[in-house]
Design a protein around this ligand. Structure first.
Ligand SMILES: NC(=O)c1ccc[n+]([C@@H]2O[C@H](COP(=O)([O-])OP(=O)(O)OC[C@H]3O[C@@H](n4cnc5c(N)ncnc54)[C@H](OP(=O)(O)O)[C@@H]3O)[C@@H](O)[C@H]2O)c1
Length: 260
């Protein structure tokens, strides 16, 4: 089907990897629905897309339990059904569990996991009925490690990876595929929002949001199950798969540890 007749819903689309996904899908000619918390920032994102793109916005705080249903109500009101879902919105929170704000962590779990599952559940029936659809869930290289000093965030991303792999298998033969994108440290607003100024993780060379988005979209359109952005990250994860988890936890403590 012609891309302009297909609708892509992208969460967290006003900055970083989500905005780059919007730009790439816009260049490919798709109709877009961008979701985020700020009407002004979503409008700026829409204004930065190709003028030929049909783009809509739905303003929603996805850390609220009612968000997924509200978003899908907005989709119906626009008269659309979703052909491609990009579950990108997510936040992190730096610090040891005993020091971090439990309310922020609850919100993070709702945003990174529950809303992602709920949106997936809500778009899937129509995709399966049509016999086609693509879902891209933004996980992280964090998904492969225990994550001291960001324990809850790493665990949410392990959840996203496991969930995506499992339902892609469940959907085999339906024409619908689910892809987990695993970026490593990437230059976006993420580290600042997560209060990671003390971490070593973002001190080295880091990827661009454009590269991470391109890796995810190419993998999603090809129907791949898991895509890891960047050669160094792929090597690191190959090692992570064979090293003892206790050792990985020590390594991550060092990498996440405060720069003195
Ligand atoms: N950057 C990295 O190093 C990295 C590495 C691995 C994985 N990731 C993952 O990549 C995804 C995108 O993050 P990014 O790096 O592009 O960071 P970003 O630039 O901070 O973008 C995050 C996006 O999520 C939206 N968002 C945050 N909280 C939201 C909420 N409650 N409701 C609705 N939207 C919300 C933000 O919009 P507003 O705040 O304006 O509402 C923003 O558009 C996340 O899932 C993140 O975990 C990032």
């Amino acid at each position: 089907m012609d891309a302009s007749q297909q609708t892509v819903l992208i969460t967290g689309a006003n900055s970083g990897i989500g905005l780059e996904c919007a730009r790439i899908m816009s260049n490919l000619g798709y109709r877009l629905i961008l979701v985020g918390r700020s009407k002004e920032r979503l409008q700026e994102a829409i204004d930065s897309l190709s003028s030929e793109t049909e783009a809509h916005m739905i303003v929603s705080d996805l850390s609220l339990p009612s968000a997924a249903i509200e978003v899908m109500t907005g989709v119906r009101e626009l008269g659309c059904s979703i052909d491609i879902l990009i579950n990108n919105a997510g936040v992190g929170l730096y610090g040891a569990l005993l020091e971090t704000d439990p309310v922020k962590e609850e919100d993070m779990m709702q945003l990174n996991m529950q809303t992602l599952v709920q949106l997936t559940r809500l778009v899937l029936p129509e995709m399966v009925q049509r016999g086609s659809g693509r879902i891209l869930n933004v996980a992280s290289t964090a998904a492969f490690f225990p994550g001291p000093l960001m324990a809850v965030y790493y665990a949410t991303k392990a959840f996203v990876l496991s969930f995506s792999e499992a339902i892609d298998e469940e959907l085999r033969g339906t024409g619908v595929t689910v892809t987990a994108l695993c970026p490593g440290p990437t230059s976006t607003g993420f580290a600042k929002t997560a209060d990671m100024g003390r971490s070593r993780l973002f001190k080295g060379r880091i990827a661009t949001a454009r590269d991470a988005a391109q890796t995810g979209i190419s993998g999603m359109l090809a129907g791949k199950r898991v895509v890891i952005d960047g050669a160094m990250n792929r090597i690191m994860i190959a090692f992570a798969r064979i090293l003892p988890r206790r050792l990985l936890a020590r390594l991550v403590t060092f990498i996440q540890g405060p720069v003195r």
